[in-house]
Design a protein around this ligand. Structure first.
Ligand SMILES: CC(C)(COP(=O)(O)OP(=O)(O)OC[C@H]1O[C@@H](n2cnc3c(N)ncnc32)[C@H](O)[C@@H]1OP(=O)(O)O)[C@@H](O)C(=O)NCCC(=O)NCCS
Length: 184
């Protein structure tokens, strides 16, 4: 019988590498999609997203060479929209989501995005807590946005991501990540 995995948190945190999502990552990405969403994205949807290089940015997080999470961003004018973010359920709670979102927002700021936006299920309190930490605020509600479950989405936004105040918030989050990685 296989022994239950006893992960060392810091080992998992330290051995994490970010790289641009490629076609070869899709097998694992689709497996994670199937585990975390009732209506997972298809391979063709990911391929279509990956082909729109000027307006999309997809990154995977790898642990020991295995894809354990991914994030997608869409850019339009001065707005960056989080299209997708997911972490392999075996690796939830290791700050991988926080680190991917932090890295994606830093990239968005470098591209000059002033506004950050996303949709999230009204029932998804874990994701909302993470977005709240990043300063996203609920600005609207889309009725029945998730058709498979007829669930509403909250629209969440950061209005002035280029402000000094927001950069300080990101710096605090970076500190928190470093403390988790290397101890306080
Ligand atoms: C949302 C998701 C990406 C978070 O990834 P993760 O790596 O597990 O998250 P982190 O470890 O970075 O935790 C981020 C924050 O989420 C919240 N959180 C994480 N686990 C939680 C739990 N069990 N209960 C409540 N809040 C929790 C906390 O606010 C946490 O911040 P903290 O560590 O400062 O307290 C992950 O849960 C996931 O893949 N969910 C399924 C897909 C999904 O819902 N995507 C979002 C679609 S909008």
């Amino acid at each position: 019988m296989a022994l239950a995995r006893q992960p060392d948190d810091r080992a998992i945190l330290r051995d994490l590498e970010f790289t641009r999502m490629r076609r070869r990552h899709l097998r694992k990405v689709l497996a994670i999609e199937a585990r975390v969403y009732p209506r997972p994205w298809s391979a063709s949807l990911f391929l279509s997203e990956l082909s729109q290089k000027a307006t999309r940015s997809y990154v995977v997080a790898k642990h020991s060479g295995e894809v354990v999470g991914y994030i997608g961003m869409m850019y339009a004018a001065d707005e960056a929209h989080v299209t997708n973010i997911a972490v392999d359920p075996n690796f939830h709670g290791y700050k991988i989501g926080t680190r991917m979102l932090h890295a994606a927002i830093i990239e968005a700021l470098a591209r000059g995005s002033r506004t950050l936006s996303l949709e999230v299920r009204v029932s998804n309190q874990v994701a909302q807590a993470m977005y709240d930490k990043f300063g996203f605020q609920i600005v609207g509600r889309r009725k029945g946005y998730y058709i498979e479950t007829n669930e509403d989405a909250f629209v969440m936004m950061v209005h002035d991501a280029l402000s000094t105040e927001y950069r300080l918030r990101l710096r605090e989050i970076r500190k928190e990540i470093d403390e988790a990685l290397y101890g306080g």
